[in-house]
Design a protein around this ligand. Sequence first.
Ligand SMILES: [Zn+2]
Length: 457
Amino acid sequence: MACAFRVSRSRVWSARAAFVSVFLASAGMALGAPIFSYSPDTGTVEYGDSDFSKELPSDIPDDQVAANGLTFNLYYQDWRDTRAAFGFDNAAATGPNAQNRLKDVLTYVANTINETGTIDVLVDESFYNTVSGSAAASAGTWYTSDPGFQMGSTLERLRTGAKPFPGYEEIHVSVNFAINWNLSTNAPSFSQADFMTILLHEMTHGLGFVSLCASTGQSAVSANVYTVMDQRVRRRTGMFPLFAGSPPIFQGVISDLTSQSVAWGGTEAKSLYGQNIAPGLYAPTTWRQGSSMSHWDTGKIIGGAVMESSVSVGVMRRTWKPVDLGGLIDIGYTSIEPPAAEGEGEGEVEGEVEGEAEGEVEGEVEGEVEGEVEGEVEGEVEGEVEGEVEGEVEGEVEGEVEGEPEGEGEEEPGGCQSGKASFEWDGIRYNLGDLLLSGLSLLALAAFKRNGLGPRK
Ligand SMILES: [Zn+2]
């Protein structure tokens, strides 16, 4: 169903085309061994020099997570900077819960990947970006400039037991605290982005679920430097490898990268996906730096997956889906104990909506929206609200809907990019349209109203 399902709610991570290459800043710089990090979701490239600049604080970690033989050292830049309390700071309202949820996620990661060793995690300064479509978070790991299919510094440290780049973290992550986060262990509300869901996504990038492919097919960081994930990328037709050779080069044509027909060539992901077809990789018709190629084919993975390029507010994905696990196994996390391939889709949508709608919705809506929203909503809300709606829908939505719905729901080029505004008020209109078709969504509308998300003028 295309990607209409996310029209009614915001995606909570997305790519900014902030493609920053600071390498080559000065030809005269005395360079040690150049290294690069790449952060999907923002598409940000960082340049490092393992001989000179040190990114990781040199003192003891601020905190640790130790589980199942694996230790994550945590360094919080929010604790170390001079800004007012914000983000992960202890004194910030968000701090303690944000820290605890990060630790919850890392505990899950440790218990699932079954690796022994130590990983340094740098929690970069939190940011606050309200611009529609801005990323909710980003994360990445480090690579050398040596041509080849690299695993990234996280997996390399686990494999060798040695820190690949002293002075650098293996995983860095930063979070946008402008997002309406659910920082609790409870399910998110209809309007909240689930912190653990997004952090698990980001940590998966930090583990090396990353493509370094740029829009041209060249490496985004350094000539002929790709990842073990890129090594799995296939043109679906003929399952032709798009990156191959020694040193690896892009073997395809640029249009492959926006063909919506790119597949994963690893055997475990296909097997665990359980659909008798290789899972697709995200290759929307408009290249999206940071999102394209570094995620599953968003919106088209049956049952959904943690490593889709966006997730809707209100959705909770705190554990990897089988296809995610298969992808991790294929790129080298071979100690994962794969689940039996099974139906997906569990645990997607926890109902936070119940009980909020009583006495809210009645009467005023007819005639306003009909004919305007139809055709964009079908099949969207059903299954999320159903079962919680019965008998709750009377009351008042007066005067909120007039004249609004037209023109909504068009996809931006590349699809599936609905901005923040659309989950607040625009989302109501979609749900309302659905209501008129199915009678199911009044509850959602009323829930929005109760949550204070009134119409935006
Ligand atoms: Zn991502």
